[in-house]
Ligand binder design. Sequence first.
Ligand code: HEC
Length: 187
Amino acid sequence: MTPAEPEKNKSPYATMIVLAVVLLVVLLTCVPYLVTIASAEGPAARDTADASPIFGVTIPPGYKQWELIAPAEEAAPLDEFRAVVGNRTAIDAYQAGKLPFPDGTILVKRAWKRKQSPEFASATIPGAATTVQVMVKDSKKYASTGGWGFGRFIGGKPVDEAQHRTCWGCHEARASSRDYVFTRLAP
Ligand code: HEC
């Protein structure tokens, strides 16, 4: 009977220690989940910051793996190499000669400064990347701009609203017969 006495006195402390340990384990288990939730919300918040003004267009993931529609060159002062690439919907529409482009079409114009090849003097190769320009077809969302949403990005960040006001005007004035798209599929 006597050994039960100290046992009984110790038990509140033992219970507290057990509770503290349980609490610690629960906390340690929860922290990684909380961090995951927080970081999952991160990219969503970043997306809004990385979206173009007026149109809310973002750089589409994986565009560097997209198929080439055509290269282009831009004379001075910009003096650049360009390559227009498209997602599957764009490429399919181009190959079928389909106009207007269906909703879901995305066209990306990549651009680089020119650089002399370090191995071969007469060869010119892409230097630093300059702009990434995007056109997204959504006939409902962008009804007032021919169904196209525009985005121009430098270093992954959208340029200002004033620049985005120029996109539609030029594409509308000069490429209206081709659904406001200049680039033709390279032969
Ligand atoms: C002054 C005329 C002009 C303005 C303004 C303009 N573009 Fe273009 N855009 C062109 C031309 C010309 C091409 C054809 C490719 C080339 O020569 O570089 C083109 C091509 C494109 C393409 C490839 C698809 C296509 O139509 O050939 C995208 C994407 C694009 N522009 C996005 C934009 C965005 C975004 C803006 C506004 C920030 C913009 N453009 C403003 C003239 C213009």
